[in-house]
Design a protein around this ligand. Structure first.
Ligand code: SF4
Length: 326
């Protein structure tokens, strides 16, 4: 299972699927941050924009993800202020220049992007009009939850550049979970897959770091420290998987002035996914995008029904862009 959406897209783009025999099934997993963010989060962002009058700053993918009733793009069409930014700090800059607006940055993603999200708090220390709506996630507990879904994980190189590889060794030793940390070039991906094929046949749990030029066993202490300064573990909901204990990050009490849920007293929202969408199963590797009846028909990148078709890292968009309609 390639856990990372970037791996999924690179594997398609490089034509690697076309040269593998039928005996090797590459399953796409829950590694796209936009895709695993539950619909409740989109509903919260829409509420902040339409009912609380906030200006939402966000990366572009999230704008088109359907909410229970509206996406942020549809909210914008009804007058909401939704600004696409290219970095979290752009959100702070916007807040500095528009002090008459209440600005919220949508903070999602894994260990790779969380440090830059929370560093906005440092930058915004003299502002009272900037906060974060968070749904940041961490991978280790997701590996646990997904451990029976494949023979081996193709672990995401950029996540492990931050968190290191101790978790992979623990999963191997305690739970018999196998995997290889992979980079993103053709030779790095093929090397990782070749290692998996060889090791799986040996029949023993294994772990190999096949991206040593970037991933070190201790990870990035600096990035880990930034996360620990501002955030603490919490339970988190993953689209398609459900709640996974200690798989999320929330702002510490000391930073509640930057926590949009607290600042705007948001109620707990329970969103409702479109029943036609099988994103949940796609994200668990339980079905392929082709198995979804609306894939490439009602659901395309121009008219997405689910998050996996919206995101540039989504599995359905990878299958649509590179895999053909079958
Ligand atoms: Fe959801 Fe569209 Fe993928 Fe079907 S094709 S699972 S509706 S994103």
């Amino acid at each position: 299972m390639e856990v990372c959406g970037t791996h999924t897209h690179e594997i398609f783009k490089l034509g690697i699927r076309n040269i593998l025999p039928d005996t090797i099934d590459l399953i796409s997993g829950p590694g796209c941050p936009v895709c695993v963010t539950p619909i409740d989060f989109i509903d919260e962002a829409v509420m902040l924009a339409l009912e609380k009058g906030c200006t939402i700053t966000t990366f572009g993918d999230l704008v088109r993800v359907p909410g229970t009733k509206l996406s942020l793009a549809q909210a914008r069409a009804r007058g909401a202020k939704v600004k696409v930014v290219y970095s979290p700090l752009d959100g702070v800059e916007y807040a500095k220049k528009h002090q008459d607006e209440q600005v919220v940055f949508l903070s999602i993603g894994f260990e790779t992007t969380t440090p830059s999200d929370v560093l906005t708090i440092k930058e915004a220390k003299n502002l009272t009009n900037f906060s974060l709506l968070t749904a940041n996630k961490t991978m280790p507990m997701a590996y646990e939850a997904m451990k029976d879904s494949c023979d081996a994980f193709l672990y995401p190189g950029h996540v492990h550049a931050i968190i290191g590889t101790k978790i992979c060794e623990e999963l191997r030793d305690k739970d018999g979970v196998s995997g290889v940390v992979a980079g993103f070039t053709a030779s790095e991906l093929l090397t990782a897959i070749a290692i998996i094929v060889k090791k799986v046949q040996q029949g023993k749990p294994f772990f190999v770091n096949a991206y040593p030029r970037v991933v070190k066993s201790e990870g990035s202490k600096k990035a880990q420290d930034i996360i620990k300064t501002y955030m603490e573990p919490c339970d988190a909901s993953w689209r398609g998987i459900g709640k996974i204990a200690h798989s999320g990050l929330q702002l510490k009490e000391a930073y509640k002035a930057y926590d949009a849920r607290k600042v705007y007293d948001l109620p707990v929202i329970k969103g409702k996914d479109n029943p036609a969408c099988r994103c949940g199963e796609v994200l668990r590797g339980a079905c392929k995008p082709y198995d979804c009846p609306v894939f490439g028909k009602g659901c395309t990148p121009d008219h997405p029904i689910g998050a996996c078709m919206v995101s540039s890292e989504g599995t359905c968009s990878a299958y649509y862009l590179y895999g053909g309609l079958k």
